[in-house]
Design a protein around this ligand. Structure first.
Ligand SMILES: Nc1ncnc2c1ncn2[C@@H]1O[C@H](COP(=O)(O)OP(=O)(O)OP(=O)(O)O)[C@@H](O)[C@H]1O
Length: 580
């Protein structure tokens, strides 16, 4: 039970206290009118059954006045309960979503990569929405459905224990049916969630891959996958409703049969003179007050179970441990790989890789495609932790460092640049969130962005689409260099930074990069070897191993892999496409 409340409140059960208290107060307020109506009936019945006793009109007026007065109290308590439960629900989901997004940022990319893409989106939107409804609707219902039957049952026992027993005799059987169906509900709920996540993933894949789908004429095949995912979701939804619905109907019918039994028992007791009509009526009035909230809980039981599953999924991620480490990143920039071994899944991508990089030097990583160059730069930034060996900065293992502090000392320029759905200026500001407009323009000028930005309709205030789809590949690349210039971190990792630039811009960007890297420790990946010919050190990788290291001339003299790659590039530089 503790886990239940812990999970549905996304780890913060205190948020449930106010909705529960408010709903309890609201429920108590709803009982009072029933008692007042009972009093009216009792007063009228007293003079009706005993013609000698005059109708106590004074008492009747007082009770009517109290009923009207109580309507105001009820209105106020309902308003209070409404605002408390909804505020708590929206607070819990908004804070929960923010906390989860913050937590996801701290997890390794390895963990995030292992999740289905639609999974986290579903969690953020749908699972939190389900938790929200539970807090705003189902938890208050649960409070009413549990607390009132207990209170009323105890009260009714003192009035007439036979009637109280008749009212509640079927309840345990109804609860047993609900309890027995738990396993089935869990199983169906899990496959429903899976179908939902799968649909979200297929939809995401379909929309993001639209360019490839169109260019490769895959509309039929990819759409079929999406259609199948939706069809499965539909089947799972029908299955859950079709199987759970009838079970719950039986449980509800059994529970409500208490009312019929009570009427039956009441009639006998009334005829036998063991019960007065007002008391019989009181039982009828309270019976509906008790059974209505319990019926609502059973009607919504599948939804409650569903939100428990949602909350469990959220908590599973919230319990995922972020990358450890609390130390500051050292001021120096001597980087050392010591026998580093790393695998994304099972196959080792890096095998006993060792090398060192001097501060304020330029080191190039070279090697065939898939040899592990990008992996090395990602490990330096601690996107993943290594499985064997160590990566040291100034002699200290980066595993002991706070990942955010480490990242604050590293600038990265990737091959694939992501631009946020924001203005161009704010996209450059990502490098330094408090940068002034002058600083942004300075970085943009250095990265050869300024001219093309000024030609855009709103200059630096021009919005770019999600993923930066309104800019060319070269323009995106240059914006990313501008971000790195602005960040001005002492370690710079360039992964094919100039890959998509046209020849016209390349010279200028090379100059900008030279300004960016001066006095910095630079690690650069470049397929075009002529761009890194002057590097202080060239590390040659093959199949995840360091096979050669040295400067350009030394490596050429070795006549190994580097010399081979170099001569291949010399040959291909004269390549041109020929019509057959
Ligand atoms: N996120 C990932 N999950 C699983 N495997 C990966 C992942 N990223 C890379 N790999 C694999 O790791 C190996 C090394 O990849 P990496 O990107 O480091 O090579 P690279 O030398 O930079 O290649 P390229 O020059 O083509 O960019 C490849 O076999 C690649 O398929």
């Amino acid at each position: 039970m503790k886990n239940f409340f812990y999970n549905i409140s996304s780890g913060n059960p205190k948020t449930l206290v106010m909705p529960c208290v408010a709903s309890f107060l609201e429920g108590i307020c709803k009982i009072v009118p029933a008692a007042l109506v009972f009093d009216v009936f009792n007063t009228v019945y007293l003079s009706f059954a005993n013609p000698g006793i005059p109708l106590n009109t004074g008492r009747l007026w007082r009770t009517w006045a109290m009923l009207i007065g109580w309507m105001i109290v009820q209105y106020l308590t309902s308003g209070f309960a409404y605002s408390k439960t909804f505020t708590a629900a929206y607070d819990a989901s908004a804070n929960g979503r923010t906390a989860l997004a913050e937590h996801l940022r701290k997890l390794s990319l390895g963990f995030l990569g292992s999740r289905d893409p639609g999974d986290l989106t579903t969690m953020m939107l749908s699972d939190y929405a389900s938790v929200e409804t539970t807090i705003s609707h189902y938890v208050p219902q649960l409070v009413s459905a549990t607390a009132f039957p207990i209170i009323i049952f105890i009260a009714l026992i003192f009035i007439n224990w036979q009637m109280a027993a008749a009212m509640f005799v079927a309840l345990p059987f109804s609860l047993i049916i609900v309890w027995l169906s738990n396993g089935l509900q869990l199983r169906l709920g899990k496959s429903h969630v899976k179908a939902k996540v799968d649909s979200a993933s297929r939809l995401q894949e379909y929309l993001l891959g639209m360019r490839e789908i169109k260019s490769h004429n895959l509309s039929g095949q990819r759409f079929q996958r999406l259609q199948e995912a939706f069809a499965r979701l539909m089947r799972e939804s029908i299955r859950i409703e079709g199987l759970i619905g009838p079970v719950m109907m039986v449980a509800i019918a059994l529970m409500r049969s208490g009312l019929t039994l009570m009427v039956y028992a009441g009639t006998f007791l009334l005829m036998g003179g063991q019960l007065t009509l007002p008391v019989f009526l009181a039982f009828l009035l309270l019976g509906t007050r008790v059974f209505d909230p319990m019926t609502m809980v059973l009607v919504n039981y599948a939804e409650i179970r569903y939100s428990v599953l949602s909350a469990e999924r959220i908590m599973e991620i919230r319990h995922e441990r972020p990358l450890p480490g609390k130390d500051d990143a050292p001021a120096g920039n001597h980087i050392e790989f010591q026998n580093v071994t790393f695998a994304y899944e099972n196959t080792n991508v890096l095998k006993n890789v060792s090398f060192s990089i001097s501060p304020k030097s330029i080191t190039a990583l070279v090697g065939p495609s898939g040899s592990g160059k990008s992996t090395i730069t990602r490990l330096m930034a601690r996107f993943w932790d290594v499985q064997g060996g160590r990566i040291l900065i100034d002699g200290r293992d980066i595993k002991d460092m706070d990942p955010e502090k480490l990242l604050s000392r590293v600038s990265m320029v990737f091959q694939d640049v992501y631009l946020f759905k924001d203005t161009i200026g704010n996209n450059i500001r990502v490098g330094k969130m408090n940068a002034s407009q002058e600083e942004i323009q300075w970085a943009a000028k250095k990265a050869c962005c300024h001219n093309f930005i000024m030609k855009l309709p709103q200059g630096y205030d021009t919005p770019v689409g999600e993923g930066g789809c309104t800019l060319s590949g070269g323009e995106k690349q240059r914006l990313s260099i501008a971000r790195a210039l602005l960040k001005d971190a002492p370690i710079v990792l360039l992964d094919e930074a100039t890959a998509s630039l046209d020849p016209e811009n390349e010279i200028q960007v090379q100059r900008a990069i030279n300004a960016l890297v001066s006095n910095k420790t630079v690690v650069i990946i470049a397929h075009r070897l002529k761009t890194i010919k002057g590097a202080d050190k060239i590390i040659v990788l093959e199949n995840g191993k360091v096979v050669e290291q040295g400067v350009h001339e030394e490596l050429l003299a070795k006549e190994g892999l580097y010399q081979h790659l170099w001569s291949l590039q010399q040959q291909s530089s004269g390549w041109s496409m020929k019509a057959s």
